[in-house]
Design a protein around this ligand. Structure first.
Ligand code: GLN
Length: 257
């Protein structure tokens, strides 16, 4: 009886020490995950790399850097633009990083970080369109916009315009190409990227003085405002270290301002 008791102790001890030798630390430091929501058809801010299928772009690089600075592992979810704020409110994501303009209306529902990019709206029309030169010329025209965006809000204010809403900006450009609409109202840097890198210049052009000084911010839940302040701190640190500048010039080919 005694003997078998002691042999049990020894065997158990041996087994335990063997398990301990397995290489992995006994307790793994808990991984902190930042669940980021984006609408990933908005180049150069967020889009899917054709080869790697990874989400890439200015916002994606920046939010990964911000997350890293804060000690998080960033996980990205691709959602519809009009589904981003509801997803945040439902607690399905922690942050929105999606070229989202800071507006008073949105700020009633979510907490924004400080602005991280300055934008505005412009118009894209067919290459041969000589009628539409600026925003007042949109009156009574057929317009395409992305659903839930500031471009959609601007178009809704145009007198007599027939506005059609699409899920992605890519779809609005396609409709313009097919002659279904006269103009697209959308964010300036995305229009510029579409015309140059996206090859839209073959059939389209950008017109109009940029309207609305719009600034992009990352958004978090109102219940989690502390996180917005933490993100501001991280952004500040990235600006100081030159990391923000590096990401900015990677995507816009120039320095800030
Ligand atoms: N900046 C615009 C907005 O916030 C468009 C954003 C987008 O389509 N991703 O409404």
């Amino acid at each position: 009886m005694r003997k078998s008791f002691w042999s049990l102790v020894i065997v158990t001890g041996l087994l335990l020490s063997l398990a301990g030798c397995g290489g992995a630390p006994a307790k793994k430091a808990e991984e902190k995950i930042l669940r980021v929501g984006t609408e990933a058809t908005f180049p150069p801010f967020e889009f899917q790399d054709e080869k790697s299928k990874e989400y890439t772009g200015f916002d994606m690089d920046l939010i990964r850097a911000v997350g890293k600075q804060m000690g998080y592992n960033v996980k990205i979810d691709n959602l519809g633009f009009d589904g981003l704020i509801p997803a945040l409110e439902a607690g399905n994501i922690d942050v929105i990083a999606s070229g989202m303009t800071i507006t008073e209306e949105r700020a009633k529902k979510v907490a924004f970080t400080k602005p991280y990019y300055d934008s505005g709206l412009t118009i894209v029309v067919g290459k041969d369109n000589n009628q539409i030169k600026d925003f007042p010329d949109l009156e009574g025209k057929r317009l395409a916009v992305q659903i839930g965006t500031t471009g959609a809000q601007e178009a809704a204010r145009v007198k007599g315009a027939k506005v059609r809403e699409f899920n992605s900006v890519g779809d609005t450009f396609l409709e313009l190409k097919n002659g279904g609409v006269d103009a697209v109202v959308n964010d300036r840097p995305v229009n510029a990227y579409f015309l140059t890198t996206g090859g839209g210049i073959a059939y389209a052009k950008e017109v109009g003085k940029p309207r609305n000084a719009e600034s992009y911010g990352f958004a978090v839940s109102k219940k989690n405002e502390k996180m917005a302040a933490e993100m501001d701190k991280a952004l500040e640190a990235l600006k100081k270290s030159g990391e923000y500048e590096k990401i900015y010039s990677k995507w816009f080919g120039k320095t800030v301002n």
